[in-house]
Design a protein around this ligand. Structure first.
Ligand code: ATP
Length: 221
């Protein structure tokens, strides 16, 4: 099959993992690394959003959140902090970031937009959400306590675009949805902020340099 043999030769895809990262923690980092290895990604970009469209803008400025992502990935060549949303004024729409990244990579590079299952559930509220698959694949991380939507718009969309195996990510540069179950780590940024606000320790939930940064800048207390 000439189509398959041509498309199976796409170069290793790039992962794009957006979030508020307020702060980044081992749940994000371990998931990111496991995806790089499982999906054989060229690298994965952690993309802090400056003004999340669907939640209040975090009181911790984007510059601090991005600085913590930079500290967390230092020394790990496959993980990169992508600061493009800090440079762009207005709401941080994922579709706009993907358009920019697609413009830089060209049409033949696989892009994998990574999100937790909780984020998938709300995707119909995202700006131009149906266009996301014109730009990238979507990789959904199954998280504890989350279940696949079984009916409604998201369930139908999943049904239409779901990939049978991770090898399918290499056949096209965009357009498929893959579900991946990774090591579940029950860590959330909300819990870390609550611990710190209560004067408790967040050690071993976030990398030590991130914790040092939090203390040096008296964040979350
Ligand atoms: P908050 O508690 O402030 O909502 P969070 O810890 O969920 O934050 P976000 O920055 O909002 O982190 O999440 C970015 C992305 O990371 C989302 O798609 C979310 O589903 C995913 N994510 C968050 N925590 C984990 C975790 N422990 N394991 C896997 N994915 C996670």
């Amino acid at each position: 099959d000439s189509h398959l043999s041509r498309t199976a030769q796409l170069p290793a895809p790039i992962g794009v993992f957006g979030g508020t990262f307020n702060p980044i923690h081992y749940g994000h980092l371990r998931s990111a690394l496991e995806l790089v290895e499982r999906l054989d990604l060229d690298h994965l970009r952690l993309r802090p959003c400056s003004e999340p469209p669907h939640r209040d803008t975090p009181s911790c400025p984007a510059e601090h959140r991005a600085a913590m992502v930079e500290l967390a990935v230092a020394g790990e060549a496959t993980l990169v902090c992508d600061q493009r949303e800090l440079q762009r004024p207005g709401p941080s729409y994922t579709v706009s970031s993907l358009e920019e990244i697609r413009g830089e990579t060209g049409a033949d590079r696989g892009l994998c937009l990574v999100m937790g299952g909780d984020a998938l559930t709300g995707i119909t509220g995202w700006h131009r959400w149906r266009e996301l698959l014109d730009l990238a694949h979507i990789v959904v991380i199954a998280r504890p306590g989350w279940d696949l939507p079984r009916e409604g718009e998201v369930a139908n969309w999943l049904h239409d675009h779901r990939l049978a195996s991770r090898d399918d990510l290499r056949r096209e540069a965009h357009g498929g949805i893959l579900l991946e179950s990774l090591r579940p780590l029950a860590i959330s940024a909300t819990e870390i902020r609550d611990l710190l606000a209560a004067g408790r320790s967040a050690r071993y939930l976030v990398p030590e340099p991130v914790l040092d940064y939090i203390h040096a800048h008296t964040l979350y207390c």
